[in-house]
Structures are given as C-alpha cells and as structure tokens.
Design a protein around this ligand. Sequence first.
Ligand SMILES: Nc1ncnc2c1ncn2[C@@H]1O[C@H](COP(=O)(O)OP(=O)(O)OP(=O)(O)O)[C@@H](O)[C@H]1O
Ligand SMILES: [Mg+2]
Length: 552
Amino acid sequence: MAEAIPATISGQPVLILREGSTRARGKEAQRSNITAAKIIAESVKTSLGPKGMDKMLVASFGDVTVTNDGATILKEMDVQHPAAKMLVEVAKTQDDEVGDGTTTAVVMCGELLSKAEDLIEKDVHPTVIVDGYRAATEKAIELLGSLAIKVDPKDKNILKKVAVVSLVTKILGEYAEQIGDMAVEAVLQTAEATPQGYKVDIDDIKVEKKAGESLTDTRLIQGVVLDKEVVHPEMPKRVENPKIALLNAALEVEKTEIDAKINVETPGQMKAFLDEEEKMLRDMVEKVAKAGAIVLICQKGIDDAAQHFLARKGILAVRRVSEKDIDKLAKATDGKMVTNLDDLNPQDLGSAKLVEERKVADDKMTFVEGCKNPKAVTILIRGGTERIVDEAERCIHDALCVVRDVVRDPRVVIGGGAIECEVAAQLKRWAEKLSGREQLAAADFAEAFEVIPLTLAENAGLDPIDIIVELRSRHEKGEKWAGVDTFDGKVKDMSKVGVYEPLSVKEQIVKSASEAATMILKIDDVIASGKMKEQAGPPKTPGAEEGASEFD
Ligand SMILES: Nc1ncnc2c1ncn2[C@@H]1O[C@H](COP(=O)(O)OP(=O)(O)OP(=O)(O)O)[C@@H](O)[C@H]1O
Ligand SMILES: [Mg+2]
C-alpha cells in the first residue's frame, strides 16, 4: 500500500511512496532485521569447529553441495532478506580477505546482535549501543595484537600447525597432516621475499581437481598441470628436459578483417594459393623449432596442418591454454610469454624436467613438472566423488589462505576458544572503566566473544555451561591460553595442543562482525519498493521467512 503522510489542511493526503511499497519503522524494523540476522548465524553455528557438522545444500537445478565452509553455505542458501544478506556479505568479505574464519565471523555477528536486542528491550538507544560496540572493537583489536605470538614466517613447523588447524574442522580432517604439508610447501615455494616482508599470491598456486582414486592421492606438483591433451596423436607424449615455448598467438593463417574475394581461374592458381597457405604454416612451425622449443604451449588455436608439421618435428604441442595458466607456466618454467612468433628467441623459452600427457580418470592432462625453483605450483586433488573433490578444493583453499596469512603477517594466536576467552576477560575489565550506558554495550561486546568456545563445546556434545564456567575461572587465574579441546572434551592449555591460528583471521572476524552488526543496528527504517517485493518472491529460508514479514 502506498504510504501517506498526514493530510494537509485541505484534507488532501500527500503520497510519498509508490503504490505497493512497504515500510517498517523503529523497533519493528530493528527487531525484524536482528531476527533475520540471528537466524542466519544460528544456521551456520552447528558447523563450527572440529566437531561441527556439514550442510547439504540443494540448488534450484538440483545441484548438491556438501560443505562445512561458512561462506559457501551462505552463498548457496540464496538468502532473500536484506539484513540476512548483510551477514552473507560478512562471510564473503572474510573469505576474500583472509580465507578462513567465515563461520566464526557470522556466529559472532549474530551474537552481537542478539545482545544488542536485549539492550534495546531495556530501552538503551541503538546509537549508544553502536558507540559502545565501536569503542570495544577498537580495544579488542588492540588486545588481539598484544596477545599475539610472533613467529618465524619460514618456520615450517608452525605453518603446518596453522594449516592443520584449518583442515581438521573440515572433510580433510583425516588427511590434515599430508595436505597441511602440501599447503606449506606450495606457499613457501611461491612466496617472494621483499623488503617489507614476504609477498604471496594464492593465484600462483593452481588447484586442479579430478574425481577418482582417493584423497590420499592428492599431489603437489612442482609445475603446472593443464587440463588439456596433446593436440596431435603423432606428437611425443613425454619429453624429458624440454625447452618450452609459451605463445600467445595462433598457429593459423589469419583471416583478413575486410571481405575480399579472390577469383581463381585455373587449378594451378588454386594450388598455388593453398601451397602458399601451407608454406606460411610451415614457416611458423620452423620459427618454433629454430628457437629450440620441443614443447609448445599455445594460448590460441593451432591449425591442423601446423599440428602435422609440429608432429613431424617431434614437438609436443598443447593449444587453447588459458591466459592464467600461461602466466603460471611462465612463473613455473621461468620462460616468457611471447605474443608474436617473430619475437620468439631461445632465451624466452622455459624449462622443466618433464612434460608428459597422462590419463587422469577419464581425461588426458598435460603435466609440466619438475621445474627448478618454480614460482607457480599445482595441487592436483583426487577423491572418491565429484562432491568430495569440490569440498576438498574449498578446504585446501582455506589451508593455503591461512598459511599465506601467517607468511605475510607472522603473528599467531591460540584457538579452541582460548583467544576469545582471554579477549573477553580483558575487555570486560576495560569496559568496567567506561561511563554511562556505553559500558553496558561494551561489556556485552566482551561477553559476545564467549559464544565461540560455547559453540565449540556445544558442537562437541559437551556441557557448554560447565565449560564456560571452568574457562572463565582459569582465565581469571591467568591461564591465558585455556581453551576447549574438542577431541577429549576437556579445558586445556591450547598452545600445548598446538592450535595456532593467524592473528589476521581473528582481527578480520572482529572487524567484519562488528561492522555488520553496527550497520544493522543503525537501521530504523526499512522501505521496500513494490518492485523489490515482487523480485524477492516468497522467502526461501526459514530465516528469511520469519524476518521478512513486512516484505510479504
Ligand atoms: N583441535 C581443536 N580443538 C578445539 N578447537 C579447534 C581445534 N581446531 C580448530 N578449532 C577451532 O575451530 C574454530 C574454527 O572452526 P571452522 O573452521 O569450522 O570455522 P571457521 O574457520 O570460522 O569458518 P570456515 O572454516 O568455514 O571459514 C576455531 O575457533 C578454532 O580455534
Ligand atoms: Mg576454518
């Protein structure tokens, strides 16, 4: 219904919003937004930690995804409610920035909103809550920094622990040791030392997947694996110590841009025309051979005749390789991508120990491996089914990200809820010194950190109240790394268990959870246009349903 503001003196109502628009204001708007966000947080809560459960998500076309990754769960859920969508964005930002901790960020944001809701009920104004939360965020980040442990960015032992912690919470938990080693190797191999520290680009690590065999057959390859076959059956399928040309040009006769017509009058002329074309292709192949290349990796096409000539020269060629892969090949083989065949020089060629076409499951793939000190490597994931390799890919992404995070910023904190409990305790003490109602909000912010150990305990089937009471008292006594060991159900010094996590992940969790929570809290008016209402359709998640009542 179009909304009217009070009528003017003449009794004429003033219409502001278009017909069909809906509006929710004040506490009503806040309540529905908070409810929606809380339900989203609730839905990922059970997947937190080593004992967390997985989710099966079925897309509208019937595609099934089985995952434990917070960001993926929320992405696949197809959330409709606008406030709920903000939580999905929290997970996405977390994933983009640091790669791990997406579930924690969403759970934390839900808890912050839940605490804020109680305060609103007690008539604390949202602006006061927002101010308290902001001040507490700043303090929490400061505390995290002061509690962090400095490590050596090249210390494989520490890096492996960080990788293993991110993997044990996932499907790859059983293989965490093996995959953890691979993630560390891959990141260190591609890391570049700069005066400001190490620079790592996860894109330099190619993750290729093929269903078949088992997860234990996942391998790290010192080079690049291309999901392409050798173009011609007569070409060699295996070349040792080859020189490799990386070409971003087609081995084809170029078609002219203008429409031209050639009148051929005699068979001789026709033959001369075709001969000329063939000669051009032959010349191209000659240039590749002259530069000394035994392997040709081409970004564009290779004409049938050119393939034949290449095969005759004993050159192994692969075509239509993506630009990204060529970039990685250049980094791995120390070669240079050439855009014009005339410029191909012997010094542009890369090298590897072996280039070989192999059958992986039902497909043929080309392996460029054994590169010397490669700056790009590949992890080839194998696993029982398509869904397992998909989830394994997400897990490996998390592991690579956390290792990168520590190599980039070599500071870690202790997980298993230990860091959260310590920050909560110190933050509470700090909040007590604040004045007025802001103190209430800051104290609640501090308490919200405890949702992490609480949830870890709950998911492991432990009594969350017992655990939290013990944790609080042990932190009170100065045991700053006391956390929940979900494997044997006890409160322990988690630094001895070796649950190391990157500081940057925890910092990002606090930042994104707090920003999203304060943003949601500051909304006191939700105006939905009629058009949006139509697009939104019926809410799909139970969360959206409850919270979206005014959009229906
Ligand atoms: N061995 C362990 N014992 C107790 N807690 C652990 C252990 N290993 C990891 N954790 C905790 O599990 C939590 C991480 O769980 P999980 O990986 O499921 O969520 P996330 O990292 O927040 O999100 P996602 O991995 O989905 O992006 C962290 O709080 C971490 O400290
Ligand atoms: Mg994780």
